[in-house]
Design a protein around this ligand. Structure first.
Ligand SMILES: *Cc1c(COP(=O)(O)O)cnc(C)c1O
Length: 633
């Protein structure tokens, strides 16, 4: 692939900016995926998809999971902390926890725990269901099992089951009453968990979620509540169980300065507690380590202005300096970086199924008749003489004439044929104006908007609400790239719509280095040729937050391991939901539905609208439909 084309393609999709080394473009113009960020091994994403589809084992949409990328991210995180610990001669170790709420899938959790002995990886859970799964998992013996979130007695009892099976279960107290309950149960049962205190920080996070930290945060104890907890623990003679201080800056920290401030505050809280004889050994700095979804390395919501190494250095250095100043021992550092560890490992593959017609598509040639209203002839004049010098002015004139046409139509002065002519001419002028603006070095912003209005709309076979819900809910950006044909210059631009009947089921914001792009560069689409798009970095939160809107279910899923020499292995296929699965979810009963449908057929038979044979055939067809995919086949 020549250098200039590669540059154009990189500019269009920014793969090298956001891929963290896991994805790249091959000389064939395909996206390739690597099991580690500096790994020589790779597999061709298009080849993986082709093979899976050819064997007929799966259909689109398809979630590809690369478990090796999970372990790789965990190693990157561990290595960053280890390097910082070495550099600053920090006394203490790093304990990475995986927060289960980010992706509670068994295969994901197990993948992390397999890596456990190497870097003490443990689990963080925030609900009874997560905890229930967690206490049964094999964990490396020195790793932690942390319980966050609001708790009832059953939650605490389950946690104590974990203590009794030999785990280092730490219950992090969010509220004073919780501690009272934990102490009561511990005394009743005669088993005590390790206790952590979650401190409310005054410093806030940054970006979209800045409000999730700080004074008014939903979670955590104020300073006076912390002191009260210490008193309660001492009264219960369980103060030796207080081992951990937890705080959480907020998700997707975009600006490292904010993190540094929070860290300084947390380190002081820790140091002051040590000084009043609390033998806290672990400080849990929570999650929030960002993912650079757009690759811009900025404080923008979907980005971050630091590297994981800078973040780790900051944490380690801050704790080291504050503890030295305060003359207390440095704590072990616990992290709960969920997004960072999981985002990269899965890709949703979808394809363009159809285009939604827009005004800009193949319009008939307009011929002007003598009796056409003046607005039409004026539009035609604009259309015939628009050029690079006058395009802004002519575009504005066209907007006015279009309004004028509408007014005249509303009072009955314009026929349907003339209105249609006017529309065609208007969109032709827009199309030309847009073309001229692209030649302009400093086009006005209104042409960016015009570009979006004129963009193709492609129907893609997936549900945004199921597979990338944050795109809808919080306007999060995900990189979207065709996984092939990248050795051709993209000549088209488009926005995407999904298969749900929801007008919000669309993507019209795309990653870009400088801003947010309103259209995605694509290749000309030929309905006869499959055109696959990958939605990348969807491994964190998207799977679990996705909903069953319109009763679209889970996509098919394949787990892929990457070997030497471009070889890959399909480790596992998890079939997507079928119609019947979704009906059950909405509390329909298959047998009841069939019986009810049959009853209606029977009544058609009894009044001779259907023959018995036809009715039987229809019933079979109805029943077969229950096993179909919920997506377009
Ligand atoms: C959600 C959550 C995390 C994970 O945060 P990321 O931003 O995904 O790293 C960590 N700790 C707690 C307590 C959480 O609630």
């Amino acid at each position: 692939m020549n250098e200039e084309l590669l540059q154009q393609v990189q500019l269009a999709y920014g793969v090298e900016n956001w891929s963290a080394g896991y994805f790249d473009i091959s000389s064939q113009g395909h996206i390739i995926v690597r099991p580690g960020s500096d790994d020589q091994r790779y597999a061709d994403l298009k080849a993986i998809v082709d093979q899976l589809l050819q064997k007929g084992r799966v259909r689109l949409p398809l979630l590809l999971r690369f478990p090796q990328i999970l372990t790789s991210q965990l190693r990157v995180l561990s290595a960053a902390y280890q390097a910082a610990i070495d550099e600053f001669e920090y006394v203490g170790q790093h304990y990475p926890l995986f927060p289960m709420k980010v992706n509670p899938r068994r295969e994901v959790v197990e993948e992390f725990l397999r890596e456990g002995t190497r870097c003490r990886v443990g689990l963080e859970c925030g609900s009874k269901a997560e905890l229930y799964a967690a206490i049964a998992q094999e964990q490396s013996p020195d790793s932690l099992l942390l319980c966050n979130g609001f708790k009832d007695e059953a939650f605490v009892r389950t946690a104590l089951l974990g203590v009794q099976s030999g785990k280092r279960v730490t219950i992090v107290v969010e509220k004073l009453n919780e501690l009272r309950m934990v102490l009561k149960l511990a005394q009743q049962i005669g088993v005590a968990p390790w206790i952590g205190l979650r401190a409310k920080l005054y410093s806030r996070g940054s970006g979209k979620w800045a409000s999730s930290g700080g004074d008014s945060a939903k979670f955590g104890l104020t300073t006076s509540e912390i002191l009260e907890c210490v008193r309660l623990l001492r009264d219960a003679k369980l103060d030796h169980q207080l081992t951990l201080l937890h705080f959480q800056i907020g998700p997707q920290i975009t600006d490292i300065k904010r993190a540094t401030n929070a860290m300084k505050e947390a380190a002081r809280v820790y140091a002051k507690l040590r000084q009043i004889d609390c033998r806290i050994e672990y400080v849990d700095i929570g999650g929030g380590l960002g993912v650079d979804y757009d690759g811009s390395k900025t404080r923008f919501d979907s980005s971050m202005n630091y590297t994981v190494q800078e973040f780790a250095n900051d944490v380690v250095y801050t704790f080291k300096t504050v503890c030295d100043e305060e003359n207390v021992p440095t704590p072990h550092l616990v992290t709960e970086s969920g997004r960072f560890m999981t985002a990269y490992h899965s890709v949703l593959i979808t394809c363009i199924r159809d285009e939604i017609e827009t005004f800009a598509d193949d319009q008939p040639e307009v011929t002007i008749d003598d009796d056409d209203p003046q607005v039409i002839t004026e539009l035609k004049d604009l259309c015939d003489s628009i050029n690079v010098k006058n395009y802004v002015e002519y575009y504005h004139d066209a907007l006015q004439l279009k309004d004028e046409l509408q007014i005249q139509f509303n009072v009955g002065l314009v026929s349907l044929e003339d209105r249609a002519k006017g529309d065609v001419l208007f969109w032709e002028i827009c199309d030309q104006a847009l073309r001229e603006s692209e030649e302009d070095r400093f086009p006005d912003e209104e042409f960016e908007q015009l570009k979006r209005n004129l963009a193709q709309k492609y129907l893609c076979n997936f549900s945004l609400f199921r597979s990338a819900p944050d795109s809808w809910a919080i306007r999060q950006l995900f990189p979207i790239v065709p996984i092939h044909r990248l050795n051709e210059k993209p000549s088209d631009y488009a926005t995407l719509v999904d298969v749900t009947c929801d007008s919000d089921g669309k993507i019209d914001r795309f990653v870009d280095l400088k801003a947010v792009k309103q259209t995605l560069d694509l290749h000309s689409w030929d309905p006869a040729e499959p055109y696959y798009l990958g939605i990348f970095l969807v491994g964190a939160y998207q799977e679990v937050m996705g909903s069953h809107h319109n009763l679209f279910g889970h996509p098919n899923e394949a787990h892929i391991a990457i070997d030497d020499d471009g070889r890959f292995h399909v480790k596992k296929i998890v079939p997507g939901s079928c119609v019947d699965d979704m009906l059950q979810f909405a509390r329909y009963d298959h047998a009841q539905l069939s019986a009810s449908y049959r009853k209606q057929l029977d009544s058609q038979v009894s009044c001779d609208h259907l023959s018995r044979e036809e009715a039987d055939r229809l019933l079979l067809e109805y029943e077969a439909g229950a096993r179909r995919s919920t997506y377009l086949e």
